[in-house]
Design a protein around this ligand. Structure first.
Ligand code: ADP
Ligand code: MG
Length: 569
């Protein structure tokens, strides 16, 4: 399609605003143009944090000689022709604003050669004013160079960060597109040094390896859900592979990188109870939906989009991630290399010694590898485990189909209790104990404030508390888990634990604290019966592999790895 200036009424409907805020915005716009031109190779070069030079070169369709100058006019685009196109945008760009906006704040040089042309043409603009078009030898495709960004606008430079962090922002923009387009070969050079390159193999895991490293990429779990017209595809990290911020959650809508807090939350929610508090997962997810279901024309840099039915998108993302997590059994490895991690997918017949234990286990748990028919199934089934003994009064040693499994008794019990409290809460049936003689408990003001904040959540879990005097609480009822022994002592200790739970949903904080408070301590000696009981209860939980804070409950040492360790292989 030729490049045309949009009619004033279409132009007027385009979300207006600043397109170029910082060097990374230029990088993003130029990379989007390269991708829209169907490039199979995109290379990005920056120096001085992008303020000295930004160059993006592609091998795409190029610009026809007669369109060169038009490309720099405002609202000139080859991607939209009329109003109705704006409802069904299929390209990354559509506003015809990037090139003129960049030319307004930098000196620009564009060299382009469409595939059928003999040679390339070069057009330079200074101060937004185009010079003469010259012939030049160049490969097929387009290269756009922006120099001295904001050179004429010292005030704008003041709002920028150090060249180092502007360079990181540029690299982040390129990595996002490298992840969204694994079939395109990307390379990025910062101050003459290559910072990363993707192979363009079309496999997302290869692109992820270039961006996050081989080790991380090898552990990522595939996500693939297409139950309705909203499809979700990509890779996510297992629960133990976390980061301290959310910047490793990359979301794309029809391969456009977007920022959306609700969808980020949908991803995190799918991990509920599996992540350590304050930690965030890795995810690279592309959401595909019909273009008319999403409005990309709401934000000047197109980083935000609006969905016709956001709840449906939220639901599909959350389910897709949850399903992927459920589909794999991430028992963390001890000495076992990660290749040994995958539990056998073949049905495993438990030996005779398991028969007694098995009789008490719900069917779905007892035969985790058998085909599962209907009904709720545990999220990540544990294999059937035989208790061997206790180590250090902390760990339960067990044997399973794939080797040895060590279970952290406190973490495991926390998981069991946590799920029990959550279920009781959800059914509005907390296991509570009323006190015939209410008890007063002295509580420091800090904890009293906390009780105020968590009032509702505490009630949902069976607490009946009243303020009593300045620094005390009247306890009329409490969760049964806290009713044995010294109530005063139990309530104070519980509140202490609650105050140390830093994050998480409010109600979860109460459930987690109750679980932590009630769980068997590390250091307590257990007899075989108690250990068996705990293992069975853990097997029946929905997420047996982690405690509510996301720490592992179980560590696996595969028979293979042990054999290797002992030189038997
Ligand atoms: P938009 O991408 O919104 O159309 P731009 O200002 O970014 O607007 O680009 C204007 C036009 O210039 C595009 O519509 C496209 O036709 C052409 N163009 C820009 N960059 C390239 C490129 N790398 N390869 C081919 N054509 C390009
Ligand atoms: Mg563009």
């Amino acid at each position: 399609m030729p490049i045309r200036v949009l009619s004033p009424d279409v132009a007027a409907r385009i979300a207006a605003g600043e397109v170029v805020e910082r060097p990374a915005s230029v990088v993003k716009e130029l990379v989007e143009n390269a991708l829209d031109a169907g490039a199979s190779r995109v290379s990005v070069e920056i120096t001085g944090g992008g303020l000295e030079l930004i160059r993006v070169t592609d091998d795409g369709s190029g610009i026809e000689p007669e369109d060169l100058a038009t490309a720099f006019q405002r609202h000139a685009t080859s991607k939209l022709s009329d109003d109705s196109d704006l409802m069904r945008v299929q390209t990354l760009g559509f506003r015809g604003e990037a090139l003129p906006s960049i030319a307004a704040v930098a000196d620009v040089e564009l060299i382009s050669r469409p595939p059928h042309s003999e040679g390339a043409l070069r057009l330079s603009l200074e101060n937004g004013v185009p010079g003469d078009v010259e012939e030049k030898g160049a490969a097929i495709g387009t290269s756009v160079t922006a120099r001295k960004l904001f050179g004429r606008l010292p005030a704008r430079r003041k709002f920028l960060r150090t060249p180092g962090s502007e360079a990181s922002a540029c690299a982040a923009a390129v990595t996002h597109y490298a992840l969204a387009f694994p079939g395109v070969r990307f390379s990025m050079t910062v101050d003459g040094r290559q910072s990363f390159a993707t192979p363009g193999s079309g496999d997302l895991r290869d692109a992820a390896a270039s961006v996050y490293g081989l080790d991380v990429a090898a552990e990522l779990i595939p996500v693939r859900r297409s139950e309705c017209e909203i499809a979700v595809q990509g890779l996510i990290g297992p629960p133990h592979l976390t980061r301290s911020n959310r910047s490793y959650i990359s979301l794309f809508v029809n391969r456009r990188w977007i920022q959306n807090r609700r969808l980020t939350f949908a991803v995190e929610e799918a991990y509920q109870g599996m992540l350590m508090i304050g930690r965030h997962p890795i995810a690279v997810l592309n959401i595909t939906l019909p273009p008319e279901e999403v409005d990309v024309n709401v934000h000047p840099t197109k980083a935000e989009v609006r969905f016709r039915d956001e709840s449906a998108v939220f639901r599909e993302v959350q389910r897709a991630v949850r399903e992927a997590l459920v589909a794999q059994s991430p028992v963390p490895a001890g000495v076992a290399p990660s290749a040994d991690l995958g539990l056998s997918a073949q049905p495993w017949t438990p030996p005779l010694w398991e028969r007694g234990v098995r009789s008490a286990v719900p069917a779905a748990v007892a035969a985790p590898f058998a085909p599962q028919v209907g009904g709720p199934t545990p999220a990540q089934a544990l294999p059937v485990l035989r208790v061997i003994g206790q180590f250090g009064n902390i760990y339960i040693i067990t044997e399973g189909p794939e080797g040895m499994y060590l279970i952290d008794q406190h973490a495991a019990h926390e998981r069991v209790l946590y799920e029990r409290f959550c279920t009781a809460r959800a059914g509005h049936k907390p296991d509570a104990q009323g006190l015939l003689d209410p008890v007063t408990v002295d509580v420091p003001p800090r904890l009293l404030a906390l009780v105020g904040e968590q009032e509702e959540a505490l009630a949902e879990h069976g607490f009946a508390l009243e303020h009593f005097g300045e620094n005390s609480l009247l306890v009329r009822g409490l969760p049964a888990a806290l009713s044995r022994g010294d109530v005063r002592e139990n309530v104070s200790r519980f509140l202490d634990v609650l105050s140390s739970e830093e994050e998480g949903d409010r109600r979860d904080r109460v459930a987690m604290s109750l679980a932590c408070h009630g769980a068997i301590r590390a250091g307590k000696q257990l007899n075989t019966e108690e250990m068996r009981d705990l293992v069975l209860q853990l097997e029946a939980t929905e997420s047996p592999n982690t405690c509510p804070h996301g720490r592992p409950t179980i560590v696996h040492m595969s028979a293979d790895a042990l054999a290797r360790g002992f030189g038997r292989r």
